[in-house]
Design a protein around this ligand. Structure first.
Ligand code: G1P
Length: 289
């Protein structure tokens, strides 16, 4: 079943242990790249692709994510009184129409598949996007927009993929595909976090998905997979052969912001893209060469 993708799920319940102590009280999704939190980049990417409803799957201690997308009255009033128009515009740009940002709690950390399943009632019976704020994609367009276009053409599941070094396959969902080199790879199999020697390819899934609602039928069984977690990859794998399923080599560069070096790299790359910071960022890189 194809159809307009109106809703996106953002799994933001993770504890962010890889970024401690920074993430002791600050949700990792609010770590900035340059001057914008990770979650705002992915929400903007979704909005640019026509997504209208933004569903956060949160957990205890993650309330600041919802606050980020709410009006901060004291801040607004103070900036208004001081005539700070530019700062007010930055704040206004974050806001969505009331009711368009929703959240559900994932009460236990049972895996990505379980997190997505927690959003089932807010999704209903329509295709939807899943977007991880751990992954930023620097591109002129919108990575999820590219996936949505592919979904509109194929009518099935579409996941964003890129090649990773073989020694890193155990960090990703990996595709089994007969045409790995093509922009749109046909998915014939999926393996969650295989050892390098067991990986059917080096084409890995990154945190962008367009999924048919039928995935919930499989997620609702709560079957455990790799790491004893309820894996989204396993539920998707059950749909192979029943619905069209493709991996899309997306345009642009992806940064793994769940990793310290990936996050640092994203900071430099995004700063270099900016008119106000590009020269300064390049000078810093030259200095530390
Ligand atoms: C999850 C998925 C994995 C995917 C990855 C992309 O893993 O389970 O298939 O390749 O996201 O970021 P996680 O990073 O949550 O361990």
């Amino acid at each position: 079943m194809s159809g307009k993708v109106r809703k996106a799920v953002f799994p933001v319940a993770g504890m962010g242990t890889r970024f401690l102590p920074a993430t002791k009280v600050v949700p990792k999704e609010l770590l900035p790249v340059v001057d914008k939190p990770l979650i705002q980049y992915v929400v903007e990417e979704a909005a640019a692709a026509g997504v209208e409803e933004f569903i956060f799957v949160t957990s205890r201690g993650k309330g600041a994510i919802e606050d980020h997308f709410d009006i901060a009255y004291e801040l607004h009033a103070t900036l208004e009184a001081r005539g700070k128009a530019e700062a007010l515009t930055i704040l206004d740009d974050i806001l969505k129409e009331p009711g368009k940002i929703k959240s559900v709690r994932q009460m236990k950390p049972l895996g990505l598949g379980h997190a997505v399943w927690c959003a089932r009632d807010l999704i209903g019976d329509e295709p939807f996007a899943v977007m991880s704020p751990d992954d930023l994609v620097l591109t002129k367009g919108s990575c999820i927009g590219e996936l949505i276009e592919a979904h509109e053409q194929t009518g099935g599941n579409v996941v964003a993929v890129e090649d990773v070094p073989r020694d890193q396959t155990s960090r990703y969902g990996i595709l089994d595909t007969p045409n790995a080199a093509d922009r749109l790879a046909v998915v014939e199999g999926l393996v969650e976090k295989p050892k390098p020697e067991d990986a059917p390819s080096t084409l890995s899934i990154i945190g962008r998905y367009v999924l048919l609602p039928e995935v919930f039928e499989h997620l609702s069984k709560h079957e455990r997979g790799a790491g004893n977690e309820i894996q989204l990859t396993d539920a998707m794998a059950k749909m192979i052969g029943k619905y069209p399923f493709h991996g899309l080599r997306f345009a642009g560069e992806r940064f793994d912001c769940g990793d310290k070096l990936g996050w640092l790299q994203a900071n430099m790359a995004y700063a270099m893209e900016r008119d106000d910071l590009g020269d300064g960022a390049r000078a810093i890189i030259d200095r530390y060469k």
